[in-house]
Design a protein around this ligand. Structure first.
Ligand code: GLU
Length: 447
């Protein structure tokens, strides 16, 4: 199988965790197949609200996440093609002109609700004669265009939700073209999915009802019908909708907070699935573990604290080669030994800078008055050459000599040598410091 999928963001805002999850699921699915393809479709039919800056931002964010695409195009370049499809539907009697104003439609819906009926469009426009239409147009009204649903039940086997049934008699005929001639998303999406030979349409479950109508449009326009998969939406950890908070959950914000792209993809690839949420070092691993059957029906909970935890766990196992370039660019020295030593003590990569300062920058250690003599004597006894065994030999000797043990033995040394109460293993820190610098710090001098 050579699946072709698409990710279709609208460049009317920034990429956030919700739409990245959809992109990721498409990507993980298709990248498991040799020759599978993912198309980045920019849904910019809303020319008023779409901007180039948002489009550029979306591409930058996807690139940061490692979610590559095989081709990309903009819907705004394809209006001629949508016009052709609309003509075809008109010729088939499936696209009809309507003249109601939005106030009139509102009134109709309210009336139906009062009568306890579903607010479905009454199709009055289907009864208009050519003369009626002319009259309305002479009054200055412009038509909007609705697709005529069959009134039958549309069924499909959803990749995530299993068997789906949408009774199109319970839906209003969808408006495909507004009175100003602009396209809503429904028709262009189908036309593009046909042209690009999309095999799987995978998107959020807010599109389930759309799929009922769109399947009828697919059938009207072509023999091609993709499979559909609708994933449950993301909610916050309290189970509430994320919609109001999505602004702060945009990719550029997460990036600015210093989070790793693999932490974001690890979390978004696992929440709401039967797999545990764990840090993964590579997208390849996520691809191998992905399966539609693992995606549950309940909303997926997105928790920022969990993301921070996944980020920390990811860094704890990250090899030096994967961070070297960034550390070099920040001027964080110390090389591989330093990285291997401190990675278990950081939550974000930029925490390395303060550890680098603690170890390599000249510093006066923290020494309490009552520990000053002990630290001085420790400095005198520190050998010149520091090996893997130095720390344990040195502290054993100090223990025997002073009777100090446990915290009273180790804490003054740690504080004098690093200026901190906690941190990586001291034996390795001592090696990185070297004897000269360590002695200075133990003597309360800058080193
Ligand atoms: N632009 C649409 C959206 O963001 C795309 C939906 C789809 O994937 O068909 O909701």
């Amino acid at each position: 199988m050579k699946p072709i999928v698409r990710f279709a963001p609208s460049p009317t805002g920034k990429l956030h965790v919700g739409n990245v999850r959809t992109a990721l699921i498409n990507w993980l699915f298709v990248r498991a197949f040799d020759g599978g393809k993912i198309i980045l479709r920019i849904d910019d039919t809303d020319t008023e609200r779409s901007t180039q800056a948002y489009e550029d931002g979306i591409k930058e964010d996807l690139t940061w996440l490692g979610l590559t695409w095989d081709s990309t195009f903009n819907q705004s370049k394809r209006f001629d093609i949508y016009d052709e499809a609309a003509d075809k539907l008109r010729d088939m009697g499936l696209l009809y002109a309507c003249y109601e104003t939005s106030e009139e439609l509102d009134r109709q819906r309210k009336l139906l609700r009062v009568q306890g009926k579903p607010p479905v469009y009454n199709r009055a426009a289907l009864d208009l004669s050519d003369d009626d239409k002319q009259k309305l147009e002479d009054e200055g009204r412009k038509p909007h265009w609705r697709f005529k649903l069959s009134g039958e039940v549309v069924t499909w086997i959803d990749l995530v939700r299993g068997e789906q049934r949408i009774d199109t008699s319970s839906l209003s005929d969808p408006v495909l073209i507004r009175a100003d001639g602009s396209y809503l998303y429904t028709l262009p999406s189908v036309v593009d999915d046909i042209d690009a030979e999309i095999t799987h349409v995978v998107r959020g479950e807010d599109h389930v009802t759309n799929s009922g109508a769109q399947i009828e449009i697919f059938r009207a326009l072509s023999d091609h019908l993709p499979s559909f998969g609708h994933t449950p939406l993301l909610v916050g950890k309290d189970g509430k909708s994320l919609s109001k908070r999505l602004g702060s959950l945009s990719m550029d914000q997460l990036r600015d907070q210093g989070l790793e792209p693999m932490a974001v993809t690890s979390l978004l690839g696992k929440i709401g699935t039967s797999d545990p949420v764990e840090a993964r070092q590579s997208l390849k691993q996520l691809i191998e573990e992905f399966g539609f059957s693992k995606i549950g029906r309940a909303p997926a909970r997105f928790d920022e604290d969990e993301l921070a935890l996944v980020n920390a766990r990811l860094l704890h196992d990250t090899p030096y080669a994967d961070v070297k370039d960034r550390l070099d660019a920040w001027g964080v020295g110390g090389g591989e030994d330093f990285w291997t030593l401190i990675r278990a003590n950081i939550e974000k990569l930029n925490d390395t800078a303060s550890w680098s300062t603690a170890i390599f920058a000249p510093m006066v250690g923290q020494i309490e008055d009552e520990d000053a003599d002990f630290c001085k004597s420790a400095a005198d006894q520190l050998p010149d050459d520091i090996s893997d065994e130095t720390w344990s030999n040195w502290t054993s000797a100090l223990k025997a000599e002073t009777g100090r043990k446990g915290k009273s033995l180790f804490m003054p040394l740690r504080r004098a040598l690093t200026g901190r109460n906690r941190g990586p293993e001291m034996g390795a820190i001592l090696k990185l410091l070297g004897s000269e610098r360590a002695r200075k710090r133990l003597r309360g001098e800058a080193g």
